[in-house]
Ligand binder design. Structure first.
Ligand code: AHG
Ligand code: MN
Ligand code: MN
Length: 364
């Protein structure tokens, strides 16, 4: 298709906005600023070793550890700066929160404040940076509480504690062989491919739908000894293949960039699990609710898939921490519902009790 027949991201947003004749344009301007940050990050990532930004942040001083207790890469820090610098000036935001910043980010005093909150993981999968495997950025747009808008006061953590159902928009950029932006403004899911000649995101995937069934799962199996019984059951049944209870063979993938796994699932179905496990009782899951689970969950649900903690829809969880972690299962609807059923079945709950372990079909 010649590019003139394709919409740009700007065109798509303007056409969407026509559904809301009273909209001010702030929202579209904010999404375009986020898209610019993603384009800047795509360039920084693409330069690799030549860009002088590989490796750990501030390695000479022993590296820097972020609020998650994880080593920050130089590109984590650079990506975070692109997000804050390219979105703080426009007057659309009341504040931001990021994986790389412990406290909410305040819009500088000299800039006007607006009505939205931006929450992001500036570089997801950043452990893959040094091995040239796909990484991405994840973002979520919330409305600021009314008193924040009215008073223009500084934001605090609890202003962001809104369930994922409240997201006005969510999306990710994927820095793979091509750079893509996948977005939902609450009206389905659309995908744009960056035209490197024009520097424009072009609409290439106008109606992304997650296949309801699939035979492909993604989980970090090195954690299997820490899994809870329902997860162990699900994976065991997949591994049993055609002669097993599922009656079909399954394929497995693990990229360790959730954003890339989410993209694969949006394109060809599948299920992703990073469930709650018993590895570290202080961490109820690996992934973060506000800037990983919620935006990806929103996209999945908008594309006809499903996102869950295993026990409840992830978008219904009331957050109580800016960086809170949560168990996450998402993808093809029938597979996610099966995993939820396994969590709900009383017989499987018994298996959590070691007294019942000997009777289990699924424990060795
Ligand atoms: P981040 O790079 O933002 O810290 O996130 C990495 C996340 C996610 O993308 C991925 O699915 C998961 O961590 C990988 O975890 P393991 O290393 O435990 O496989
Ligand atoms: Mn991440
Ligand atoms: Mn990250």
């Amino acid at each position: 298709m010649p590019f003139s027949q394709r919409s740009t991201l700007t065109q798509y947003l303007i056409e969407e906005r026509r559904r809301y004749p009273s909209a001010s344009g702030d929202f579209n301007a904010l999404v375009l600023d986020v898209a610019l940050a993603c384009k800047a990050i795509a360039r920084a990532v693409a330069f690799g070793e030549l860009g002088g930004a590989m490796g750990n942040h501030d390695a000479e001083a022993g590296g820097s550890i972020n609020v998650q207790g994880e080593t920050q890469k130089k590109l984590d820090v650079i990506s975070n700066q692109y997000f804050t610098r390219l979105t703080e000036w426009g007057g659309h935001l009341a504040g931001m929160a990021s994986e790389e910043m412990e406290a909410p980010y305040q819009i500088p005093a000299q800039q006007p404040r607006g009505k939205y909150l931006l929450v992001f993981d500036p570089l997801d999968g950043s452990s893959n940076i040094d091995v040239n495997v796909s990484v991405g950025s994840i973002f979520s747009i919330l409305r600021a509480p009314q008193d924040v808008i009215d008073s223009g006061r500084d934001v605090v953590g609890s202003d962001f504690f809104q369930p994922g159902t409240q997201q006005a928009a969510a999306g990710y950029a994927l820095y793979g062989p091509t750079t893509m932006l996948v977005l939902s403004v609450g009206n389905g899911v659309v995908g744009f491919t960056l035209d490197p000649n024009l520097g424009e995101f072009m609409l290439t995937h106008p109606d992304i739908q997650v296949a309801p069934d699939s035979a492909e799962f993604a989980i970090n199996a090195s954690n299997s000894r820490f899994w809870e019984a329902p997860v162990k059951r699900y994976v065991d049944e997949c591994l049993a293949g055609k002669p097993g209870p599922r009656g079909k063979d399954f394929n497995m993938r693990w990229i360790a960039s959730m954003v890339a796994e989410a993209h694969r699932i949006l394109m060809r179905g599948g299920v992703f699990l990073y469930p709650r496990d018993t590895k570290d009782p202080s961490k109820p899951g690996r992934l973060r609710l506000l800037y990983e689970a919620n935006p990806i969950g929103f996209l999945m649900e908008q594309a006809g898939g499903r996102a869950s903690t295993g026990r409840q829809p992830v978008l219904g969880v009331a957050p109580d921490g800016l960086h809170q972690r949560i168990g996450l299962v998402f993808g093809s609807r029938n597979e996610v519902e099966r995993i939820e059923r396994y969590h709900a079945e009383p017989a499987m709950k018994e298996l959590d009790n070691p007294l019942f372990a000997k009777r289990s079909l699924f424990r060795d």
